[in-house]
Every structure is written in structure tokens, then in C-alpha cells.
Design a protein around this ligand. Structure first.
Ligand code: KIV
Ligand code: ZN
Length: 533
């Protein structure tokens, strides 16, 4: 176990340290469409570990081979964070979870059961039967691992007396952290603070464990509810990068960490997170999950530090504090926006990318330099956002890609039908077709389908202008679904139709890989953490 996790555990409620428990790879990744590849999960885990997150919930090991492998590998790689896996309230889940997390320097088993009336009805257990189940499963987990977290799912809609009773049973059985989930985002700040304070005060042994808060954002109150819980005595906040998560998402890690930093005067609690690493991980999570960050999102939105109105700009030039409560550098945004152009060299590109949080190996830099030059030839000025878009572009072809885009020309305008003349290299052979459609993108997608027949559901097609101006790049995200398997692709180009074509083909290539790999994502769907068994 890590120093923060164990030695502080019994006493932390009285300290100013709040543990940050990140569940981007479990609750975040479980949101429909946010599926990440194995390599992407490892990359995000490494970034979380490096930024000083205390506990990483790396996945739900029983859900699939893919989840199990990701959790075990993350457990082996983590250098300082505690690695946690989720398990339902049965020995099989808990054993599987332990098999995955046991490789970690500091492993944790997180087991849970839904305690509210609606959730009790699912496994059809009486209150007494459920109480016994909690005792047995927490004891079982504790026999395997000395760091056990227990959660009464839907705690905020559980009867007070029953909640108190179950928490007491879990503590007596050896749980070291009690997490209080607001599973459907129902609570409000006053209630959230009060619930934690009363549990600590009234449950025997409540002052000897760490209480955690786990909020969902259905009413837009997840951050406020989590901070209120901390005021009530919680010393672990469960959250995700960018607030990624099912429905309206989970509490956003960056909001908690920055709120505690900026308003330390009235919220005197601290975290171990290096805030300058926030922007980089936010961008990576957006890229690999396919869930872009809304422009006006607190802390990590594109506009969070942008000042457009004349009055604001004037004030900012005189004194940045006029309209800014934190500095862009505090969250890892480069203080200056040096613009690169076609005469910029490799060294300038490397320095700029480092500023943006990307440290590239020489071969990666060479590849990026070629793509940067191609863009700079078409675009006078290459801004930070253009470079981020290039880095996020997932269309870098690998020899394993079965399909590659070779040539595309579209005819569009007021006269229908629009048409696309497309050449794809499929399994090494060039194939050409001309297809028509309702607009240039529709025609292009129709051409892809004719050249490589497939039956998938286009779940998401999103276009973002990366910067302003008519020569701006567009970033296109495409999400495809086939029998429960989901794959995303992203591409950036000054031509929106070209970006669309590349993003679609990237997603399709990924889907083909998943199809071959015994459908791990389909397994995740089959075993949801909500089927309490
Ligand atoms: O929201 C929730 O209740 C959960 C639990 C599994 C902790 O994610
Ligand atoms: Zn949750």
C-alpha cells in the first residue's frame, strides 16, 4: 500500500488531505461509446499515475478478458497509485478482481451492492439476506487483500436506518474505505454533507475508516455535492477526467482539484495532484474516448481561458487577475501561443509540443513533422489547437490497417446528386468507385460501403472547426457500432470531407480488429455492474 493510502487511512478524516480516486477507466469507460483500446487504457493509467492520483480504478475484471488484462497490466505498471478493481457482491467476482489487482504495489478490491429499495429488488434479497451477503463478501475480500472498499450503490436513495446498518456491517467485516455513491445524481450539497457527517458520527467505527463520495452529474451538481461531502468529512473523492461517465457523467477530477486549490481559503483540503498535467490528460481522454469536451466546460474547455469581449481583453492586458481566478499555466496550458508556420523547424515543433504536454520520441517527432509540414503548406499559421488536432488524429496508418484512403474527389453544389470518386487500398489492392449521396459526406460514406461492404451503425458523426478562418482545419469524429462492439476514429484536415472519409475508415479498421479479437466489448455489455449477482 502507498503511504497516503494506509498509514493515513485510519486518521485521514481529521487531516486536510483528500484522496483522489479516478474511475475514468471504469465508470467513465463504461459509458456507452467511450470504449478504449487496451493500449489507450494503459496510456491513460500511466498519465493518471504520473499526475499524482492516489487510487486508479482500472476496470471491472470479471466483465471480460479485455478488462481483466487491462487491470492486471495497469497493476504491474503503476509506480505510485493504488490500483483498484470493481467486483459485485459474490466470491467469483471478488476472486477475479483480486487475480487482476494483486500484481500492484498497492492493490485494492472495491466490492459493492445496490442497497436502495429499487436495487434490492434486482437480486430479490430481503434486508437481512442482503446484510448477510455484505458481511460474507467483505470478509471474503478482506481475506484476500488488506485494502477493501465497499459501496452501497444508490446510497442516497437508501433508507437511513438500513444504510447505517449496512455500513456498520461492512466496517466490522474489515472494509477500510466506505464509498457513498449518488448513483443517479439525485442528492444536493446540503444533504450530501449531512449524510457523510452523520455516518461518521453515528456508525460505530465510522471514524476509523475513510469515507468516499462518488457523485453523478444528472442535476449538474456532482462537483458541488462532492465538495460538500468533503466538508462533511469525506476524505476520498471519486471522479473522472472531463467528467466522463454514463448519462450526464461523473464528478470531474479537474474541477475538484482546481476548486480545492483556488479556494483553499474556504476549503482547506489538499490533493496530491500535479495540476499542470490536467490539460494533457484531458485532451488524451477526449481523443481516446471520442467524447470531446464542450467549449465552455470549466477548467478544460477551449474557452475556459479565452477572453473575447473588448472589456475583458482590456482588463486582462492591464492585470490578468481582473478576470482570471487561475492562470492557464496552472492547468498546463502554454502561457504563450507562439504560432508556427511553414518555415518552423523540427526544434520549434518539438518545443511547442512539449509545451502542449506531448513528449515525442525521435521517430514520432519525424512522423509528426511530416504531417505538420503538409498542414503548414496549406495553412499560413499553425496554432496550438491545430497541433493538438494533428496529435489527436488517429488516422496515422499502420501496416495492420486493412483499408487505406488513397484518393478522394467529390462533386458537390446546388445540383443533386453529389458524388464521390474514391480509391481505397484494401488488403493491398487498389479499388475505385464513384458513388452518389445526399451531400458530399453521404456520397463518400456510400462509396466506402460499396468498396468494402459492411453493416454497421453510425452512432456519431461530429465536426469541429479547430481554429477560426476559412482555411481552418476540421476535426471529425466517427463512432461505429457492430453487435455491441464500438470503435471510434478521428481525423483532422483542412478539407472536411477528407477528414470525414479518414475518420470513418479509421473507425472501420479498428472495428475489424475488434471483430477478430473475440469481441471483448460485447462481453462488457453482457456483464454489466448493474446486474448484481
Ligand atoms: O455509481 C455507482 O453507484 C457506481 C458504483 C459501482 C460505485 O459506480
Ligand atoms: Zn458511478
Amino acid at each position: 500500500m502507498t503511504d497516503t493510502d494506509t498509514r493515513r487511512a485510519p486518521t485521514i478524516a481529521g487531516t486536510d488531505r483528500v484522496l483522489i480516486f479516478d474511475t475514468t477507466l471504469r465508470d467513465g469507460e463504461q459509458s456507452p461509446g467511450a470504449t478504449m483500446t487496451h493500449e489507450e487504457k494503459l496510456e491513460i493509467a500511466q498519465l493518471l499515475d504520473e499526475m499524482g492520483v492516489d487510487i486508479i480504478e482500472a476496470g471491472f475484471p470479471i466483465a471480460s478478458e479485455g478488462d481483466f488484462n487491462a487491470v492486471s497490466e495497469i497493476a504491474k505498471l503503476a509506480r505510485s497509485a493504488t490500483i483498484c478493481g470493481l467486483a459485485r457482491a459474490n466470491p467469483k467476482d471478488i476472486d477475479r478482481c483480486w487475480e487482476a489487482v494483486k500484481h500492484a504495489r498497492s492493490p485494492r478490491i472495491h466490492t459493492f451492492i445496490g442497497t436502495s429499495p429499487l436495487h434490492r429488488a434486482i437480486p430479490n434479497l430481503t434486508m437481512d439476506e442482503m446484510a448477510d451477503r455484505i458481511h460474507e463478501t467483505v470478509t471474503h475480500a478482506r481475506n484476500l487483500c488488506d485494502n477493501v472498499q465497499w459501496s452501497p450503490m444508490d446510497a442516497t436513495r437508501t433508507e437511513w436506518d438500513y444504510l447505517k446498518r449496512t455500513v456498520e456491517i461492512a466496517i466490522k467485516a474489515g472494509a477500510t474505505t466506505i464509498n457513498i455513491p449518488d448513483t443517479v445524481g439525485y442528492t444536493a450539497p446540503v444533504e450530501s454533507a449531512d449524510l457523510i457527517a452523520r455516518l461518521i458520527a453515528e456508525v460505530p467505527g465510522g471514524d476509523e475508516v475513510i469515507f468516499a463520495t462518488h457523485c453523478h452529474n444528472d442535476l449538474g451538481m456532482a462537483t458541488a455535492n462532492s465538495l460538500a461531502a468533503v466538508a462533511g468529512g469525506a476524505r476520498q473523492v471519486e471522479c473522472t477526467i472531463n467528467g466522463l461517465g454514463e448519462r450526464a457523467g461523473n464528478t470531474a477530477l479537474e474541477e475538484i482539484v482546481m476548486a480545492l486549490k483556488v479556494r483553499h481559503d474556504i476549503m482547506p483540503w489538499s490533493t496530491g495532484v500535479d495540476t499542470t498535467k490536467i490539460m494533457n490528460i484531458s485532451r488524451r481522454v477526449a481523443a481516446v474516448s471520442g467524447f470531446s469536451v464542450q467549449h465552455n466546460k470549466a477548467i478544460v474547455g477551449k474557452n475556459a481561458f479565452a477572453h473575447e469581449s473588448g472589456i475583458h481583453q482590456d482588463g486582462m492586458l492591464k492585470n490578468a487577475e481582473t478576470f482570471e481566478i487561475m492562470r492557464p499555466e496552472d492547468v498546463g496550458l502554454a502561457a504563450t501561443n507562439i504560432v508556427l508556420g511553414k518555415h518552423s523547424g523540427r526544434a520549434a515543433l518539438r518545443a511547442k509540443l512539449k509545451d502542449l504536454g506531448y513528449e515525442l520520441a525521435d521517430n514520432q517527432l519525424n512522423d509528426m513533422f511530416v504531417r505538420f509540414k503538409a498542414l503548414a503548406d496549406r495553412k499560413k499559421e499553425v496554432f496550438d489547437d491545430d497541433l493538438v488536432a494533428l496529435m489527436r488524429d488517429t488516422t496515422v496508418e499502420t501496416p495492420d490497417d486493412r483499408i487505406q484512403v488513397k484518393f478522394l474527389r467529390v462533386i458537390c453544389g446546388t445540383e443533386a446528386p453529389q458524388s464521390a470518386d474514391l480509391t481505397l487500398t484494401i488488403d493491398g489492392v487498389d479499388q475505385q468507385v464513384t458513388a452518389t449521396g445526399d451531400g458530399p459526406v453521404d456520397a463518400t460514406f456510400a462509396a466506402i460501403k460499396q468498396l468494402f461492404p459492411h453493416d454497421v451503425d453510425l452512432q456519431l458523426y461530429q465536426v469541429h472547426a479547430v481554429t477560426e478562418g476559412t482555411d481552418a482545419q476540421a476535426t471529425v469524429s466517427v463512432r461505429l457500432e457492430e453487435d455491441g462492439r464500438i470503435a471510434t476514429g478521428q481525423a483532422a484536415d483542412t478539407d472536411t470531407v477528407v477528414a470525414s472519409c479518414k475518420a470513418y475508415v479509421t473507425a472501420l479498421n479498428r472495428l475489424l480488429v475488434r471483430r477478430e479479437r473475440t469481441a471483448p466489448d460485447a462481453d462488457v455489455k453482457a456483464v454489466s455492474y448493474k446486474d448484481v449477482g
